[in-house]
Design a protein around this ligand. Structure first.
Ligand code: SF4
Length: 536
């Protein structure tokens, strides 16, 4: 084995009087990829900075670190200088004639038309390309060790995962020592270390991942048919309104206690479907029948009454909390708004019941939002949703802001609701692993349309759509085959909306938008080439 390029021995990081990292040991050899996992706030960023000798003021490190002459650190959310072109920024970092090296580094990270991009300012690039350009600056500087802190953290899963695989392939080929901190880094890494409570060590053994119990079946209680959502985006030349269709013809049915996952990334329309089902945004057409009542046609008082039974869980649990109100007041307020006729004296009992069903101790009722962790705030959101004992819970990215432990806890609560209380769930998510664990039916959405639907077992074994296959690859720790970024909803390519990213795209894909076809009963796919054998 080669001598390590980066070696940390007994590295301790302190911030004020607090120990953030205690006695961390690790080594990175040429061409090795080390992933550092850990919950949010564990100190991964400070560990990387300490390894690079770049700690912020007020933070000190003890112990021994040796690193090579050429080391690059790409901090989380690394930004380009807004008023300088990409080319100027490469020139500043590299000096001299940089064009060829800059283009090579950009192409390595699959930036299309790399040479042309050098004359662009950062604001002229989409977010995915900005992130890749910031990383390419580090690649072009020819480091011996690259420390990348949560690279691509805000990008879609297929884009982020592919970026990590590209970085790992570059490091192995160039014999660079690569350390990646953050989510999803484990998949392309040779080794994973886990940082938690100040200790860097082996990652915990993956525990049991409970899944949805099989459906008991029964008559549908929720029936969504031909749902459409559209936004006005301007005027036609005849003076009429020009509409952008963001959801087109989505439909599904659920029996009591069943779960449908709406799986897709940015611009897929999953959140729009969830909000239209909740009637938080107007639908342009279709039907959402809950126990036979079409929610889209109810008047306001009737819909308000219906909201006792049709509740929502949103992605940013803190955003919905008023910092000046206690947890108990928040839950009681929801109950009072939706069940105003009930005796107010009973409200504390309702609050207590909701908190316990959401897995919070009763003492949490007296806490204020500032005292809550993100995971606790998510459970307050769940308690508010459960206080009226809804039969239908529509969840929009409920675990997006949670770390692994909090995510598991919330999934456990959702599965309990589904299995024990027969709550019907609609789950909008970009996390295929979550969708496949919790749902009885998965609808994969792309550019506002369902492109594949089936039960999770069928999709795990025989996903036919390249987009489903890419989402599955991310969930299973493989490299997704889609290239580039999702197109803007305002500039979709003609024909199949995936065709500029799809590894199987052919001329036929530009002809028309594919429609859903039946692969077998219960499994449908919208792809012009779903029944052609894959080559390779
Ligand atoms: S229709 Fe063509 S571009 Fe679209 S997913 Fe199928 S193969 Fe890919």
């Amino acid at each position: 084995m080669s001598a390590p390029l980066l070696l940390a021995d007994g590295l301790t990081v302190r911030c004020g009087g607090t120990v953030i990292v205690l006695n961390a040991d690790f080594a990175v050899e040429p061409g090795a990829v080390l992933a550092i996992s850990g919950p949010a706030g564990a100190g991964k960023s400070l560990l990387l900075r300490a390894a690079a000798g770049l700690l912020p003021p007020g933070t000190v490190a003890d112990g021994h670190v040796s690193y090579p002459e050429r080391l690059a650190l790409v901090p989380q959310g690394a930004r380009l200088t807004p008023h300088r072109t990409l080319g100027a920024q490469f020139a500043e970092v590299l000096g001299g004639d940089t064009q060829a090296r800059a283009v090579l580094a950009l192409e390595r990270l699959e930036v299309p038309m790399a040479a042309r991009r050098l004359s662009f300012y950062p604001h002229e690039l989409p977010e995915g390309l900005r992130v890749r350009a910031a990383l390419a600056l580090a690649l072009a500087s020819d480091p011996q060790v690259l420390l990348a802190d949560a690279p691509g953290a805000g990008l879609d899963p297929t884009v982020r995962a592919r970026l990590l695989w590209l970085l790992a392939a570059w490091a192995r080929e160039r014999r660079v020592g690569l350390v990646i901190a953050g989510r999803d880094a484990a998949a392309p890494a040779d080794r994973v270390l886990h940082l938690d409570l100040g200790r860097l060590g082996q990652p915990p053994e993956p525990g049991e991942s409970p899944e949805a119990a099989p459906s008991a079946g029964g008559a549908p209680v929720l029936s969504v048919r031909d749902l459409r959502v559209a936004f006005p985006v301007g005027r036609t030349w005849l003076g009429g309104t020009r509409w952008l269709n963001v959801v087109e013809g989505v439909g599904f049915e659920l029996a009591e206690g069943e779960t449908a996952a709406l799986l897709g990334e940015t611009g897929s329309g999953k959140a729009m479907v969830a909000r239209a089902v909740l009637r938080l945004m107007p639908a342009a057409g279709g039907r959402v029948a809950w126990h036979g009542r079409d929610l889209l046609t109810l008047d306001e008082p009737a819909m308000r009454h219906e909201r006792r039974d049709v509740q929502a869980l949103f992605p940013d649990p803190r955003a919905a909390l008023d910092p000046l109100r206690s947890v108990g007041e928040h839950v009681a307020e929801t109950h009072a708004a939706l069940v105003p006729e009930e005796d107010a004296a009973l409200r504390p009992v309702r609050v207590t019941d909701a908190l316990s069903r959401a897995g919070l101790p009763l003492a949490a009722a007296d806490l204020y939002p500032a005292a809550l962790t993100v995971g606790e705030a998510a459970r307050v959101g769940l308690a508010r949703a459960l206080v009226t004992h809804p039969g239908l819970l529509v969840c929009d990215e409920p675990t997006a802001s949670l770390d692994a432990a909090d995510r598991e806890a919330l999934v456990g609560h959702l599965l309990h609701l589904q299995g024990q209380q027969r709550t019907t769930l609609v789950l909008a998510t970009e996390d295929a692993a979550l969708a496949f664990r919790t749902a009885h039916r998965v609808l994969v959405l792309l550019a506002g349309r369902v492109v594949e639907e089936a039960d999770p077992a069928t999709l795990r074994a025989d996903a036919r759509h390249p987009y489903t296959q890419a989402l599955l690859a991310v969930a299973e720790g493989r490299k997704p085959e889609l290239r580039g970024d999702p197109p803007s909803a305002l500039r979709l390519p003609g024909g199949c909306p995936l065709r500029l990213r799809c590894p199987r795209a052919a001329d036929v894909c530009a002809d028309s938008v594919p429609v859903l076809e039946t692969v077998r009963p219960g499994h449908r796919v919208a792809c012009h080439r779903w029944d052609e054998p894959e080559v390779g």
